[in-house]
Design a protein around this ligand. Structure first.
Ligand SMILES: Cc1ncc(C[n+]2csc(CCOP(=O)(O)OP(=O)(O)O)c2C)c(N)n1
Ligand SMILES: [Mg+2]
Length: 316
């Protein structure tokens, strides 16, 4: 751990009824900001890690944990909860940040990230962490588990929903597509897959590792209801999840185009972004850039887009 002072964020404000959509969006952008800040603080504990992914997926997780999931933060095993399965174990840093924002974990515990005896290991482990539904480091298994869980919930007569957050790298896995077939075969409309298309994998850009585009058309061909959005546009995410909630008759997938390092310009352009090395003196600069970026977005207008920098538009 370094001696650089970190920005300590307390627990998120209690959930409120938002009187307008504008307030709802603004509160979610604030949540995404806190998730990013938590991720930077955890990253600093190790000096490196999957920071870029956490910054990229923060808007998606803010909307999921604060607006979409029906869950009880103080009772993570509530049988009727909606489940979010993180099949990308290396994104655990992002999920811990979101679980703290959601009130499932105490913010102070985040400082133990990746340390011996911590409940927050660097790769997600269901047996260690409250709110971590599966151990997901071996890629490509989340959707199969989601399918089985959703079938079980249906047989039980439960209204709970199952979400699987997967990465574009997991679209390289045959097991993902087998599960997609089975899930559509059983018409499991209690399943929503969320694909983080950050266009990156461990070995480089997704387009160079294994071409998966057109992603939307592939899911549709497998019998899924598919929507594609800019995954760093909170407003668009809220609209998409609201619409998916109404869908019946087939599983749904939300394909989210996200930007690695989003919200911290210095990290948005970093080479070797899959596993980022951030120098000791850079963490404080990263936090300052994040805060500046967030405040610029807030000041941007009444419906204040969270992004001071331009987002990627949805791809075809
Ligand atoms: C079955 C399996 N194969 C390979 C790996 C090694 N691996 C870990 S992360 C990763 C990259 C996967 O792509 P993605 O999740 O899109 O990468 P990111 O966006 O995080 O850079 C790989 C191949 C693994 N964990 N599991
Ligand atoms: Mg990726």
């Amino acid at each position: 751990m370094t001696s650089t002072p970190s920005t300590v964020l307390g627990a998120a404000p209690p959930a409120q009824e938002h009187t307008t959509r504008q307030e709802r969006i603004r509160a979610l952008r604030d949540s995404a900001y806190r998730i990013r800040m938590h991720a930077l603080n955890m990253g600093e504990v190790q000096g490196q890690g999957y920071i870029g992914q956490a910054l990229g997926v923060a808007d998606v997780l803010a909307v999921v944990y604060k607006d979409v999931l029906d869950h009880r933060p103080d009772e993570p095993d509530w049988p009727e909860r909606d489940r979010l399965l993180l099949s990308i174990g290396h994104y655990a840093i992002a999920l811990y940040a979101a679980l703290a924002e959601a009130g499932v974990l105490d913010t102070e515990e985040l400082a133990t990230y990746g340390s011996d005896d911590s409940r927050l290991p660097m790769s997600g482990m269901a047996t260690y962490t409250p709110g971590m539904e599966i151990s997901g480091g071996s890629l490509g298994h989340g959707l199969g588990i989601a399918t089985g869980m959703a079938l079980g919930l249906r047989y039980r007569g439960s209204d709970a929903r199952v979400y699987n957050l997967l990465s574009d790298g997991e679209l390289d896995e045959g097991s993902t597509w087998e599960a997609a077939l089975a899930c559509a075969h059983h018409r499991l409309d209690n399943v929503t897959a969320i694909v983080d298309v950050n266009a990156l994998q461990a070995d480089g850009p997704t387009a160079g590792v294994l071409r998966t585009e057109p992603v939307t058309a592939k899911w549709e061909a497998f019998g899924w209801h598919a929507i594609r959005v800019d995954g760093n546009d909170v407003d668009a995410l809220v609209t998409a999840f609201d619409s998916l909630r109404e869908h019946r008759g087939s599983p749904s997938v939300l394909i989210c185009d996200t930007k690695v390092g989003r919200g911290v310009p210095m990290l948005e352009t970093r080479e070797k972004a899959h596993f980022m090395r951030v120098e000791e003196h850079e963490w404080q600069i990263a936090r300052e850039q994040l805060t500046q970026n967030h405040e610029a977005g807030r000041a941007d207008g009444p419906d204040g887009r969270s992004d001071a920098t331009e987002g990627k538009g949805p791809a075809a």
